[in-house]
Ligand binder design. Structure first.
Ligand SMILES: Cc1cc2nc3c(=O)[nH]c(=O)nc-3n(C[C@H](O)[C@H](O)[C@H](O)COP(=O)(O)OP(=O)(O)OC[C@H]3O[C@@H](n4cnc5c(N)ncnc54)[C@H](O)[C@@H]3O)c2cc1C
Length: 496
């Protein structure tokens, strides 16, 4: 398709965050502007299905993300009829959860019926069956319609957002890379040059640019927005695996589990993560490496690495070694469990994806380009940080819906009023981004302690905190973004 020469909003990046921004704008345009408003979404990937089938990437969607998607992205009529899922242990998972129709009206409903709904999480110490901190979502999220963490592969989240974008009459124009940006001050529009392998160069003049082009954002670089960042010293590894007994560990009471949950386990070497995914897959991750593993970091730099520097993933055997360090996988621990005791229930029998990466943490100095006030950054383009708590993608989607609404609400405003609204959006989102960056940094430091004395002190502190349920309640509310609701926001619990 030939691209327009002039648009009202150009969204650069058709990842989850760019699509959420585009959906918010189109879904909330006033009736009288719908026919004339021009929005263009471009992505350098030629194919929209650029995340390989086996890769899950970000897998946990939080309560606040569902609240903003329900409020701003779902079709308003569907939203009114939607039934709440408060207190539900799980939604029925569709037979073929990975396949998504071409168009959807309710992003929230489509995601909820395709993901595993986690109602609890725990912090554990390896070798101790009882979690030191047990977190129950429903009691912490009383005032939200969405009281679960939805575990769903990013590929499926993207397919659902794409289907919503299609239903709103738009799509992602693939194969176009942003290569130049010319700013013309506050009054002039922004001129963006796109380049296509086969179709050559194309200039688009736009009133506003949404930079949602990931951790290595070209929009950020071309607009001269500073992005100080640091790299974590140690790499992390992760893998999606299946184990010999698909009920392991969640149905093994001797391991301290009473049903499906997710969380971190601290061990001598660092920490390990376990999260369930649809189809009996488990996400395992750790901040320590097997002894015989050379990650070859920096050899491969993923084109959409979102701030990660990737190397070669560990093998199934190496991942098994890692899992064995933080969670018992053998039969001795399975007292009370049923099944064949001669087998290791937690033995990894299949691994569809493994990777190793270094995490950067940083945040752009300003989410809004100050010279023109016509270029904003959202998602990984604005912030990258540790995956603790799985907050990156959630924060990005929340940036996207709030920016989309600020743009729509100021369509008819004077240039000055729009500037003021956008600046206050940018300040607010940066404040939240900075808070997440600091929190995830602190959590990473605590989780990756290597000194045995410091580990002991940390574990004592966690045990102490367990006596104060309000602490874990606050941790959940922070992690799920509920504490970042705008002042005065009222939840819609009508259908609860
Ligand atoms: C291997 C891996 C594992 C991860 N695991 C987790 C996890 O467990 N938990 C978690 O929270 N997060 C995880 N993340 C991070 C998560 O995937 C990102 O936070 C999320 O993708 C951010 O979405 P985004 O839309 O901002 O950016 P992206 O998903 O990076 O999308 C940016 C889009 O912009 C396009 N683009 C880039 N440059 C240009 C250009 N010049 N012109 C046009 N288009 C351009 C890209 O093609 C891409 O489609 C992981 C990331 C990776 C790579």
């Amino acid at each position: 398709m030939s691209l327009p020469n002039t648009v009202d909003v150009l969204v650069v990046g058709g990842g989850p965050v760019g699509m959420a921004a585009a959906c918010t704008i189109l879904n909330n345009l006033p009736q009288e502007s719908r026919a004339s408003f021009k929005l263009l979404v471009v992505d350098r990937n030629i194919s929209v299905h650029h995340i390989p089938q086996n890769q899950s990437r970000a897998i946990g969607l939080h309560a606040r993300t569902f609240e903003v998607l329900a409020e701003f992205v779902d079709e308003p009529e569907v939203r009114e009829k939607q039934t709440g899922i408060r207190g539900r242990e799980s939604a029925p998972i569709l037979q073929d959860a990975a396949s998504v129709p071409d168009r959807v009206d309710s992003v929230t409903q489509s995601l909820l019926e395709r993901g595993i709904l986690l109602t609890k999480g725990g912090l554990r110490l390896s070798g101790r069956p009882k979690p030191i901190l047990h977190m129950k979502m429903a009691s912490a999220l009383q005032d939200s319609q969405f009281q679960q963490i939805c575990c769903i592969p990013q590929r499926v989240t993207e397919a659902v957002l794409r289907a919503r974008l299609n239903a709103l009459g738009a799509n992602v124009e693939g194969g176009w890379t942003v290569v130049d940006i010319v700013k013309k001050g506050r009054e002039g529009k922004v001129l963006v040059t796109l380049e296509h392998d086969k179709l050559g160069r194309h200039d688009v003049e736009t009133d506003f640019v949404v930079g949602a082009d990931g951790g290595h954002s070209a929009v950020r670089q071309l607009s001269g927005l500073a992005f100080p960042r640091q790299s974590m010293k140690e790499p992390m590894i992760l893998a999606d695996v299946k184990t010999a007994d698909e009920r392991w560990p969640f149905e093994y009471k001797t391991l301290g589990y009473e049903g499906v949950e997710g969380g971190d386990t601290f061990c001598k070497l660092g920490f390990g993560l376990l999260l369930p995914m649809p189809g009996n897959w488990l996400r395992v991750a750790a901040n320590f490496l097997p002894p015989d593993f050379d990650p070859g970091l920096n050899h491969v730099r993923g084109p959409n690495s979102g701030g990660h520097v990737e190397g070669h993933g560990p093998t199934r055997e190496q991942m098994q070694w890692v899992l064995d360090q933080y969670l018992p996988t053998d039969a001795e621990w399975m007292e009370g469990g049923s099944g064949d005791r001669s087998k290791k229930p937690g033995e990894i029998v299949e691994m569809r994806w493994s990777t190793v990466f270094k995490i950067h943490h940083g945040i752009v100095r300003s989410y809004l380009e100050p010279e023109t006030g016509r270029i904003a950054l959202i998602g990984d383009a604005a912030h990258v940080h540790s995956p603790m708590g799985g907050r990156g993608l959630n924060n990005g989607i929340q940036d996207a819906t709030s920016l989309g609404m600020t743009l729509v609400e100021n369509l008819d405003s004077t240039q000055e009023a729009r500037q003021t609204a956008l600046q206050s959006w940018a300040d607010e989102r940066r404040k939240i981004g900075l808070m997440i960056l600091n929190e995830t940094n602190q959590q990473t430091v605590m989780a990756t302690l290597k000194n045995p004395i410091l580990q002991f002190l940390r574990n004592c502190l966690l045990r102490l905190l367990a006596f104060f349920p309000s602490v874990s309640r606050e941790m959940i509310r922070n992690m799920t973004g509920i504490t970042s609701r705008p002042e005065g926001w009222k939840p819609n619990l009508l259908n609860a």
